[in-house]
Design a protein around this ligand. Structure first.
Ligand SMILES: [Zn+2]
Ligand SMILES: [Zn+2]
Length: 134
């Protein structure tokens, strides 16, 4: 996060911006914890509204496979990354998916299909876990 404190929607719990800046991966449950710490009462709808805000504004990406959210490392760029998910430690790395997406779009076009959204999630082992693996 390079821009310091995150600008959050009006009325947002103060802890949400810090969460987006500090935490690399979180779920709705973590948001609820923050809300509780802020003394706001942990209401699931508030947590989901916060997560919705973070994802639609590019502060975070939703990782379907893990049912979790990761903070985005490139919030200022409009980008469509691929996610490299370690099956051992659940670390998520963000990688540019430009070429893969271009190929996908081309294939889709040939099939007469209009893509509206695609999430690239790759499963494997991160460098750390490869060292440990037998
Ligand atoms: Zn990103
Ligand atoms: Zn790993």
């Amino acid at each position: 996060m390079c821009g310091g404190r995150v600008a959050i929607y009006p009325g947002a719990p103060p802890g949400i911006g810090d969460l987006a800046a500090k935490t690399s991966r979180y779920g709705a449950y973590d948001i609820l914890e923050i809300l509780r710490a802020d003394g706001l009462g942990a209401q699931p709808p508030v947590a989901y509204r916060a997560l919705d805000f973070l994802t639609t504004n590019g502060f975070a990406h939703r990782i379907e496979r893990l049912n979790a959210f990761v903070a985005c490392a490139h919030t200022l760029e409009d980008h469509a990354p691929a996610f490299l998910i370690c099956r051992q430690c659940d670390t998520v790395a963000e990688a540019p998916a430009g070429p893969a997406r271009a190929a996908l779009a081309q294939t889709a076009r040939a099939a007469g299909f209009a893509i509206e959204g695609a999430t690239v999630e790759a499963l494997g082992l991160c460098p750390n876990c490869q060292d440990v693996a037998p």
